[in-house]
Design a protein around this ligand. Sequence first.
Ligand code: PNS
Length: 160
Amino acid sequence: MNTVKAIYPGTFDPVTNGHLDLIARGSRIFDHLVVAILLNSSKNPLFTVDERVQMLTEATASFGNVSIATFQGLLVDFAREQQAQAVLRGIRAISDYEYELQMALMNRRLSPELETIFLMPDGKYSFVSSRLVKEVFELGGSVEGLVPQFVIERLRQHRT
Ligand code: PNS
C-alpha cells in the first residue's frame, strides 16, 4: 500500500493556533506529517530552535502521525532525505498566495516529483501570524486563544 509522507516547513517562532489547525488537517490527510523547523532563518527568531522544537512537540503530542524535525539548506533536499512526496503549506488570505506560489513553483523546478499542497486554516485564524503575536504580546496586548497557553508562558519568560 502506498503511504504519503508530507513535510510542513516553517519558522514557527512561535507555533500559533493557526499552525496547529493546519497540522490537524494535514494529519488527517497524510499518513505521516513532519513539521520541519528551518535552522538559520534570516528572520532573527525570538525563540531558539530548541525552544521551538519543545513547543511544537508539546503542541502536537496528541497526534500519532506527526513528528518534529529541523532542517537546513534546501527544503527539496530535506524532503528527498525524508522520502516525502509532498510539502504542506497554509494559505490564510490572498496576500499569502503570491509568495507561496513562488516558493511552490521554485521547489517544483528543483524537484518536479515533490508536490506542494495548500490547505486553508479555519477562518478564525486568517489574521494570526507569529510576527503579530510577538508584537502584540510585547506591547502588552492579549494573545489568548491565538497560541497555546504554554506559548504565552514562554513569551512571558522571554520578557523577564
Ligand atoms: O514560516 P516561514 O518563514 O514562512 O517558512 C519559510 C520556509 C522555511 C518554508 C522557506 O523559507 C524554506 O523552505 N526555506 C528553506 C530554503 C529553501 O529551500 N529555499 C528555497 C525555497 S523556494
